[in-house]
Every structure is written in structure tokens, then in C-alpha cells.
Design a protein around this ligand. Structure first.
Ligand code: HEC
Ligand code: HEC
Length: 276
């Protein structure tokens, strides 16, 4: 591991010591020179008129080298501020943002065409880190503290919505009241919605069309697009909006914490929990 320190073979330390020795010698010579000067020499030259407590000042011209350096520094600093590194050209936050964006783009293109298996694995990983603390490791919603994915996204989930209503996703239309349909009607609607609004439309679906539209697509963003309910598209929408609902508060995930592919993957994963 660590070699024992040996000055005879350690040239870095040799150089360091040599440097220190040189500094000592040069300092000693310089101090000697000035001490001698103070003792032996008297100064000559024109004094200015002012004296401060008996101490005068010579009329010496500014040393040329110093003057060049002084003006040069001013010119350089102007160049530095205006042209070299203009104030807006660089910031560490900007650099950080660029690096994150580049990383995300690389990540996104790496997983451009993920297989089902890849989506499931990635989704489970994201889920366990980002969602499980509230939704439970098994996705059961931890005794009703958050949505349970054994139901949500399925016909049973739609039935819950019809019975209890829904709020908190922040659509222009606001809140959906509960109890708009019941019994067999509610079941027929639920199956229809969970099936992606394909096949025979139950007559009782008319209870929903005033807000979600004849085609169930949400009247151009006024309310959720029911044709995507139970799909990764709907989950991504929930992640971007967050939900301040009857069960509790779910934060938005629209701050770059998750890339699009991760949103799709976690949607894939949680929807698989409802298939049993
Ligand atoms: C009064 C208008 C209105 C009516 C009528 C209505 N909805 Fe909604 N619906 C909404 C709004 C608004 C939302 C979004 C609520 C939110 O913020 O969670 C919503 C959300 C939903 C959701 C998504 C809930 C979730 O978990 O995210 C489903 C499913 C749904 N509605 C189904 C239906 C069905 C089925 C009917 C007919 C029985 C219906 N809606 C009738 C306005 C309505
Ligand atoms: C801080 C706690 C919390 C975290 C973290 C969280 N959720 Fe939620 N989530 C909730 C709560 C609470 C609800 C129920 C909101 C309601 O309807 O009252 C919910 C509801 C949902 C719903 C149903 C929305 C609807 O429209 O009914 C989905 C889908 C969902 N979460 C997905 C996720 C995913 C995916 C993650 C991880 C990326 C996640 N949540 C992380 C608390 C959380």
C-alpha cells in the first residue's frame, strides 16, 4: 500500500526541499540588502509639499512597468466582461441543466424501442423508488392512503370513480360528482370505459357525455380523455398533473425527475398490477 518515506529516492520531496531552501536563501539576501540600505544610505530627490507627521513623499514618476500593467488590467477586464466571458454566457446552473438534458437525451435514445420486459424492469425500479413510499411496495395503496393499483385503471377502478366521484387532477371542468350511475348501469359503463370505449356503447353512458363528450375524449382537454383510461398515457397525464384528491395529495412529477420513457415504464408496471 504505502511506501515508507525515503528522501534519497523521492524526487518530488527533494525538489520541494530545494525550493524551500532557495526561498530561505533569497529572503535572507534580500533582507540583508535592505537592512544595509536603511543603515547606510540617505535618500535624495524632490519632496512633495505635504508631510504627514513629518513623513514626506518623493516626486517619483510612476514606474513604466507598473503603469502598463495597471492599464492593461483594465483593458483585459473590460474584454473579459464584454467579450471573453459575457455575463450571460456561462453559469454553473446552466451547465448543470445542459448536462442533465444531454444525459436524459442519451438515456431516452438508449431506450428508444424498449421491449415489454425492459419496460417492466425499468418500471419496477422507478416504482420502488418514487411511488412505493405512498402506494405501497405491493401497490395496494397502504390501507387507502393512496390509490391502490389492484383496482385503479381497471373496470373496478372506474366503478370506484362512478361511486365516489373524482377530484384533484386540475382539469378546467373541476370535480366529478359521485353517484351519476348505479347498479348494472354503472357496471356496464365501467366495462365499456375500461375497455377503451370500444364495442357496444351502453345507453347509460349518456350520464357521462355532458362532461367527457360523446366520444369520451374529454371535450378537448376540459376533462380526462376516457379512451386512455387504464393506459400508460393516462398515467403519464396523472404524473404531470399530480392529484389533490379525496384520498390525499400526490405530487406532480413534471420537474424532470422522470423522463418520458420512465413515465411510460412506471405506467406499464402499475397497470400490470391490476391485471390479476
Ligand atoms: C360533471 C362532469 C362529469 C360527468 C357528468 C362525468 N365526469 Fe368523469 N370526470 C370529470 C372530471 C372533471 C374529471 C377529473 C376529476 C379529477 O380531477 O380527478 C373526471 C374524471 C373521470 C375519470 C378518471 C378518474 C381518475 O381516477 O383519474 C373517470 C374514469 C371518469 N371521469 C369516468 C366517468 C364516467 C364513467 C362518467 C359517467 C358515469 C363520468 N365520468 C361522468 C367530469 C365528469
Ligand atoms: C407522496 C405520495 C405519493 C407518491 C410519491 C406517489 N403518489 Fe400516486 N397517489 C398518491 C395519492 C394520495 C393518490 C390518490 C389521490 C386521490 O385520488 O385522492 C395517488 C393516486 C395515483 C394514481 C391514480 C390517479 C387518479 O387519477 O385516480 C396514479 C395512477 C398514481 N398515483 C401513480 C403514481 C406513480 C406512478 C407514482 C410514482 C412515480 C406515484 N403515484 C407517486 C400519492 C402518491
Amino acid at each position: 500500500m504505502f511506501e515508507k518515506f525515503n528522501l534519497a529516492t523521492d524526487d518530488v520531496h527533494q525538489l520541494g526541499l530545494l525550493g524551500a531552501l532557495l526561498i530561505l536563501v533569497i529572503s535572507a539576501v534580500a533582507i540583508g540588502k535592505y537592512l544595509k540600505q536603511i543603515k547606510n544610505e540617505t535618500s535624495t530627490g524632490d519632496l512633495t509639499d505635504e508631510t504627514w507627521d513629518g513623513i514626506g513623499e518623493y516626486r517619483n514618476p510612476i514606474p513604466v512597468g507598473w503603469a502598463i500593467f495597471y492599464v492593461g488590467t483594465i483593458i483585459w477586464s473590460l474584454w473579459y466582461i464584454l467579450a471573453g466571458y459575457p455575463v450571460k454566457a456561462f453559469s454553473q446552473i446552466g451547465q448543470y441543466n445542459e448536462e442533465v438534458a444531454a444525459h436524459n437525451a442519451a438515456f431516452q435514445s438508449k431506450w428508444d424501442n424498449p421491449s415489454d420486459e425492459t419496460l417492466m424492469e425499468m418500471g419496477e425500479g422507478v416504482y420502488l423508488v418514487q411511488c412505493a413510499p405512498c402506494h405501497g411496495i405491493a401497490g395496494d395503496g397502504i390501507d387507502g392512503k393512496a390509490a391502490g393499483f389492484d383496482r385503479w385503471g381497471t373496470a373496478l377502478g372506474v366503478l370506484d370513480v362512478i361511486n365516489n366521484g373524482s377530484k384533484g387532477l386540475g382539469y378546467p371542468m373541476g370535480t366529478m360528482p359521485g353517484g351519476l350511475a348505479s347498479g348494472d348501469n354503472a357496471k356496464a359503463i365501467s366495462a365499456y370505459v375500461a375497455g377503451g370505449l370500444k364495442g357496444q356503447k351502453p345507453a347509460s353512458f349518456s350520464a357521462c357525455t355532458s362532461c367527457h363528450g360523446e366520444d369520451g375524449k374529454g371535450l378537448g382537454g376540459q376533462s380526462p380523455d376516457l379512451t386512455t383510461y387504464g393506459t400508460t398515457t393516462f398515467v403519464a397525464e396523472v404524473l404531470n398533473r399530480g392529484k389533490d384528491g379525496a384520498l390525499g395529495y400526490m405530487p406532480k412529477f413534471n420537474d424532470g425527475r422522470l423522463t418520458d420513457i420512465q413515465k411510460e415504464a412506471v405506467g406499464h408496471y402499475i397497470l400490470s398490477l391490476g391485471e390479476k
